[in-house]
Design a protein. Structure first.
Ligand SMILES: CC(C)(COP(=O)(O)OP(=O)(O)OC[C@H]1O[C@@H](n2cnc3c(N)ncnc32)[C@H](O)[C@@H]1OP(=O)(O)O)[C@@H](O)C(=O)NCCC(=O)NCCS
Length: 164
């Protein structure tokens, strides 16, 4: 999906998203924030908490799906868009490349550590744990721990329980 075009509908949608996400940031506890994230289009399951300082991509919050009992901690960024570099070439401003959008899915029970960045198109598996400061560019399987930039799996609890 690519969308670089400024229509009245897009601008209104952008204002609405910024308003909902901005109000959410002011509220405490986390349960009060959830309806505002939902109004901006984020899908959030029961029992999930999003910290006040989480940066939700205001250009496409409807592309974010968060399961049940997920914890997205302080300073995390959920990013659903980036420039399409297949159109980039020497002498061309990168800003002339179209934006491309991709969904983020965070499955039930996942925990996203402080300051992590989740890149467009990534699925975080059920019960997965993302380390503080990780930059997640690829899908993370269920019940794995992933750290670093780019994030790599360092522990696999699913494999461990299969061995047991
Ligand atoms: C990722 C995390 C869950 C791993 O915990 P753990 O399984 O106990 O990890 P360990 O301490 O056994 O560390 C395993 C290895 O990963 C490294 N590591 C741990 N956390 C890391 C991180 N965030 N980034 C990079 N490397 C990390 C350790 O240095 C260690 O490396 P080594 O084997 O080369 O010595 C934890 O370190 C973390 O980042 N938790 C998030 C904290 C957070 O955001 N809390 C919010 C509370 S609301």
């Amino acid at each position: 999906m690519a969308n670089n075009h400024r229509t009245i509908g897009n601008v209104c949608r952008g204002i609405w998203n910024r308003l909902c996400l901005g109000i959410a940031r002011l509220l405490f506890p986390a349960q009060l924030r959830t309806p505002f994230y939902k109004m901006a289009g984020v899908k959030i399951g029961k029992g999930s908490k999003i910290a006040a300082t989480v940066d939700i991509d205001h250009s496409a919050p409807e592309l974010i799906t968060i399961g049940e009992n997920v914890w997205v901690t302080r300073g995390v960024m959920l990013l659903c868009h980036q420039r399409d570099l297949t159109q980039y070439e020497v002498g061309k401003p990168v800003m002339d490349c179209e934006l491309k959008y991709a969904p983020i899915v965070i499955k039930d029970g996942a925990h996203i550590g402080i300051g992590a960045i989740i890149m467009p198109g990534v699925t975080i598996g059920k019960g997965a744990i993302i380390g503080a400061g990780a930059v997640v560019t690829r899908d993370i399987p269920d019940y794995c721990v992933a750290v670093g930039s780019p994030a790599r799996v360092i522990k696999d609890f699913a494999a461990k329980s299969r061995e047991a």
